[in-house]
Write a protein that binds this ligand. Structure first.
Ligand code: FAD
Length: 395
């Protein structure tokens, strides 16, 4: 059988670009096909936890990423109205020792640019909208809207939550609206009162809602995301919303948050969708990666981290079995499916815990956190050491 050489990746998101880098490091000829006419990411933040940072380190990108991102001191959970600290976990200077790497927040566009620049020119083909993919005679065959057809040894669907590659493999099944909507914004630090927002990754828990904020771009900007339960179900990363709408929705919350929202120039709104875990990710010479395989709610900040882990696992699995694509793809799925599904379920479950409405349920939750911290002060409030401690580069 022909050795695996040419790999076609559909989608130049964080998952597609990382997989192209990892595959090229293993000697494969990886090409990325992106539907958009230019390479860009939205103006929003993304957090990378130690499990994803270990992949950036293995790909030689960690130092550059540290320069463009921000390492928060602590993960802090606060109460929506009083601002009382419910629970706090030290991250800076501890995670490196405990989990083998730190925890960072970045502007998505900065990370996207860093990944794109790590690829040789010509690796990314723009205006390439993949409309069909399948396996013919031991090859993946991809078709595009402009009539182009290409063959590759393996095709990878890194085309996000609305993945057409997934539809081609397993039939059309739309993502599910989760009843959660997000507003998001970026604020220059000089536009909020000095010292109002600590250099922490902060999450405020309130009834039917939570708000997250953290610094990005070396501490120059504060990224915030306010998630709340609503039946507005338009999923677009680029739907602009009015600040007045956010300020009104959070008028009973802590005044620091109102100040943060009011200082935002452009605010966006989008509905959150997810998918059920898949029992298979691959068919013939085609496989899935990132949100196309396991889109999840953002409450553990793991969607991109899982895509980055997938990227490394795919490249190392293909490199270990260059002559046997089926065995290599099986190995990839074996490494990834259970872990990604577990993280997906944990992220979905967190929505309920963050958004508790009953005072009694909130008291029970907060008391459990306090007890846990008493027994082991360094433990993460969410008990997600199993996510952060994992190192896909050692598998
Ligand atoms: C509010 C919010 C906050 C989040 N915060 C975090 C966080 O802090 N940390 C974290 O790890 N994750 C976070 N996530 C999740 C994360 O954003 C996603 O999991 C991640 O971006 C998925 O990457 P991807 O490459 O799989 O897909 P995408 O980023 O969606 O990229 C898909 C790419 O494929 C292209 N494409 C689509 N269809 C086609 C086609 N037919 N042909 C060619 N190209 C195509 C698209 O144009 C796009 O460029 C968050 C998500 C949300 C909603």
């Amino acid at each position: 059988m022909r050795e695996i050489k040419d790999i076609a990746i559909v989608g130049a998101g964080l998952g597609g670009l990382t997989s192209a880098i990892a595959l090229r490091r293993q000697g494969f000829n990886a090409t990325v096909y992106e539907q958009s006419s230019s390479l860009s990411e939205i103006g929003a933040g993304v957090q990378l936890s130690p499990n994803a940072m270990k992949v950036l380190r293995a790909l030689g990108l960690e130092d550059e990423f540290r320069k463009i991102s921000f390492e928060p001191d602590r993960h802090v959970v606060r109460s929506w109205k009083s601002g009382r600290v419910i629970s706090a976990t030290q991250m800076k200077n501890v995670y490196e020792r405990e989990f083998g790497s730190g925890y960072f927040g970045a502007h998505r566009a900065d990370l996207h640019k860093l990944l794109a620049h790590a690829l040789p020119e010509g690796t990314i083909r723009l205006n390439a909208n993949c409309i069909d993919v399948g396996t013919v005679d031991n090859h993946a065959v991809l078709k595009f809207t402009d009539g182009a057809e290409i063959r590759a040894d393996i095709a990878v669907g890194a085309d996000g939550i609305h993945s057409n590659v997934r539809n081609c493999l397993f039939g059309k099944e739309s993502p599910r609206f989760t009843g959660n909507v997000c507003w998001r914004g970026l604020v220059p630090v000089e536009d909020v009162p000095k010292g109002m927002f600590a250099p922490d990754m902060t999450v405020w828990f309130g009834p039917n809602s939570n708000v997250v904020h953290y610094y990005v771009r070396g501490g120059k900007l504060i990224n915030w995301v306010a998630s709340h339960e609503s039946d507005w179900s338009t999923e677009s990363w680029r739907s602009e919303a009015s600040i007045a709408e956010v300020v009104e929705a959070y008028k009973d919350w802590h005044p620091d948050l109102t100040k943060l929202f009011a200082a935002t120039k452009h605010c966006y709104k989008w509905a959150l969708f997810d998918r059920s875990p898949l029992s298979n990710w691959s068919k013939g010479r085609v496989t899935l990666l990132g949100d196309s395989a396991h889109a999840m709610l953002p409450y553990l900040a793991q969607g991109a981290c899982m895509a980055i882990e997938d990227a490394f696992a795919l490249a190392s699995s293909l490199a270990a079995d260059r002559q046997e694509p089926n065995a290599a793809l099986e190995r990839y799925e074996g490494l990834r499916r259970d872990r990604a599904s577990r993280v997906q379920s944990a992220a979905n479950a967190r929505a309920k815990v963050n958004h508790l409405t009953s005072r009694w349920a909130r008291l029970k939750r907060d008391t459990a956190y306090a007890w846990r911290k008493l027994i082991k002060p360094s433990s993460h409030t969410y008990q997600i050491e199993w996510i952060y401690g994992y190192d896909v580069t050692k598998e």
